[in-house]
Design a protein around this ligand. Structure first.
Ligand code: NCD
Ligand code: ZN
Length: 351
């Protein structure tokens, strides 16, 4: 049964482009489908200052294929030494769209992140004043806290106190992975939203260990129990404006994933739209797909939706599994949704 769906061109509200040869290889996959993407700043060294963002933007622009009609949106990496004036100046120049808070040690390249939130209070206050949103990696780093509980504990111990201390600060819980996170967002009417990744809609923690250890399903925050995946799906398909797509497409070469101490991250840029359409169809909610991938995020960030469109088609035969992406640094495995997907991106239009 063939089907076709044309929606406003989507945005990816959380992506890792990396730098150098890796960025050259991965960026076109995002630019092929998405009109804009919020680019995470966790490079080595991270994108901390306005001047770092200026030079990263120049490097990003060199990798955008001609005619792609793609706009990168930058973030700054919050450190305990971040200068509120520098952040405000980057925002005033239209250079950045958000600031990202990584608890130090929470995930890939987060060593320069925040250890004590009170040290960044002046930056957060200034952001609230100027209306610059804070993207949060919501996991505590205390090794005593079980890895599957780190998001729930973060909400209670860090996020809620931070929001109470900084009224008016607009916060996005990045890649929310639990029912607790979904409920926390649902229980607040203002200044709070969440991104949901492609893979967290499709896998639960069992998939990481199905028949053996599967490093390509290891990401942070780690996939949780099935009931949490179901809560994420319900939030995504609900049409609730506070939830939108952030793929967290996070490429690592296979050698770094298939290792005794493998990196966290799933590369899903090439097949995200197909996978998300599959999920929404399973939930009988294809009419809500556009809100989740194209409208809600732009509305929360206070920018117009993209002018162009993307047309998704469904074919009778399953779409062939994606090849590995070859980069100058090595091969990158594309997210395998572990089920037949019949959707594919047929075409895009620009404004
Ligand atoms: C991301 C990465 O590789 O940069 N990894 C991941 O598992 N999601 C970092 C992040 O977003 O946590
Ligand atoms: Zn990420």
């Amino acid at each position: 049964m063939a089907a076709e769906l044309t929606i406003t061109r989507p945005d990816d509200w959380h992506v890792h482009f990396r730098d150098g040869a890796m960025m050259q290889s991965v960026l076109p996959d995002t630019a092929a489908h998405f009109g804009r993407a919020l680019v995470m700043p966790n490079l080595v060294p991270p994108v901390v200052t306005k001047s770092d963002a200026e030079s990263y933007l120049e490097r990003i622009k060199l990798c955008i294929p001609e005619g792609a009609g793609f706009t990168p949106l930058l973030t700054l990496y919050l450190t305990e030494a971040t200068d509120p004036d520098d952040v405000a100046s980057a925002h005033a120049a239209g250079l950045i769209t958000a600031v990202k808070l990584y608890p130090a040690g929470a995930t890939t390249n987060s060593d320069s992140g925040v250890r004590e939130v009170k040290k960044v209070a002046p930056v957060l206050e200034r952001m609230a004043e100027i209306g610059l949103p804070l993207c949060v990696h919501g996991e505590v780093t205390d090794p005593e806290v079980d890895i599957f509980d780190r998001e729930a504990v973060f909400i209670e111990k860090v996020l809620d106190p931070l929001r109470q201390r900084t009224p008016g600060l607009r916060v996005i819980m990045e890649h929310v992975t639990t029912e607790d996170g979904v409920q926390y967002v649902q229980s607040h009417q203002r200044d709070l939203a969440a991104t949901i990744t492609t893979h967290h809609l499709m896998i639960n923690r069992n998939h990481i260990f199905q028949g053996g250890i599967r490093p390509h399903y290891y990401c942070l925050p780690i996939a949780k129990r099935e009931k949490h995946r179901l809560a994420l799906r319900q939030a995504a398909v609900s049409g609730d404006k506070r939830f939108f797509l952030g793929t967290d497409s996070a490429p690592h070469v296979d050698g770094a994933k298939e290792s005794a101490c493998g990196c966290a991250g799933v590369y899903n840029a090439p097949n995200t739209l197909a996978c998300v359409a599959h999920v929404f169809e399973e939930e009988n909610a294809l009419d809500k797909l556009e809100a989740f991938v194209s409208l809600n995020g732009a509305a929360f960030y206070g920018i117009p939706a993209n002018g162009g469109t993307v047309t998704l088609k469904k074919q009778v035969e399953p779409v062939a599994a994606m090849d590995k992406l070859r980069t100058a640094d090595g091969e990158v495995t594309v997210f395998d949704p572990l089920c037949d997907v019949h959707w594919y991106v047929e075409s895009i239009t620009q404004e």
